[in-house]
Design a protein around this ligand. Structure first.
Ligand code: KIV
Length: 269
């Protein structure tokens, strides 16, 4: 079973693979395919729950999906992505919400969309035995302030990211997601910190990469410019379902082997 220590030890040595999953069946496939870290992302909002963004995703929705993913995996590290306003406003409530993911749902760690307001919380969580992954750059829960554009494109913002990365490392974060920032900034952050950086739209110099499952397999209706599609699951699912529809309409399904009769029930009517 992969631990946060294993993930930390991979920095600079072996590239870390991380992918989202939101249910047990998908998580088991993702793990079988060799993914090191399964993120139960709040991207579930857009990816599978039908919301326009991640803001409406609730703690209960994430908890239910974290439990499913934890039950569907044996080896991968399972990280619960804490949804909007489930952390940050009140320390005790934040600790309780993050702790629930480990205590009740079987996660191994939590991820917080980070900023100056999460440094102290990261330290508190680490002290309490709740491994925390930080997330800097584009943080979709702040979409109303930042939009979805590339972040930290000027020196001032880039320096702030660098300093926040160091502050979160000092506070005990075991890894750091860098989303949609210039590749040369991500490379310098990776150089500056000892914890692994995991990039998404941040170039190839990070210690690992993360993407959203539905983008990777080709299930998403639309994907961000930095995502890559490695399959066409949408077409495959469409074909399987339309074959099923045709078989039912043609009377070809179910066939005899899909049911069984009981002789003594023949003359009921
Ligand atoms: O919610 C999510 O899936 C994420 C990743 C894109 C990093 O935060």
């Amino acid at each position: 079973m992969t631990t946060v220590r294993d993930v930390r030890a991979m920095a600079g040595d072996e590239r870390i693979t991380m992918l989202t999953a939101y249910d047990a069946a998908t998580a088991s496939i993702v793990e079988e395919a060799g993914i090191d870290v399964v993120l139960v992302g709040d991207s579930m909002g857009n990816a599978v729950l039908g919301y326009d963004d991640t803001l409406p995703v609730t703690l209960d929705e994430v908890a239910s999906r974290v439990g499913a993913v934890a039950r569907g995996t044996d080896e991968a590290l399972v990280v619960a992505d804490m949804p909007f306003l489930s952390f940050g406003a009140d320390v005790a409530e934040s600790v309780e919400n993050c702790g629930r993911m480990l205590k009740e749902e079987g996660a191994n760690a939590v991820k917080l969309e980070s900023g100056p307001h999460t440094v102290e919380l990261t330290e508190r969580l680490s002290d309490l035995g709740i491994p925390t992954m930080a997330h800097l750059g584009l943080t979709p829960q702040s979409v109303n302030q930042t939009g979805y554009t590339q972040q930290a494109t000027d020196r001032e913002e880039a320096t702030e990211i660098l300093e926040l990365a160091e502050a979160h490392e000092a506070a005990g974060a075991f890894a750091l997601v860098l989303e949609h920032v210039p590749t040369n900034l991500a490379a310098q952050v990776t150089e500056a910190v000892d914890i692994p950086t995991i990039g998404i739209g941040a170039g190839g110099e990070c210690d690992g990469q993360v993407l959203v499952f539905t983008d990777v397999v080709g299930l998403a209706a639309s994907s961000p410019p930095f995502a890559a599609q490695f399959g066409d699951a949408r077409a495959e699912i469409h074909d399987a379902v339309s074959d099923y529809v045709d078989a039912v309409r043609a009377g070809e399904f179910p066939a005899e082997e899909h049911g069984s009769a009981e002789e003594e029930l023949d003359d009921l009517y």
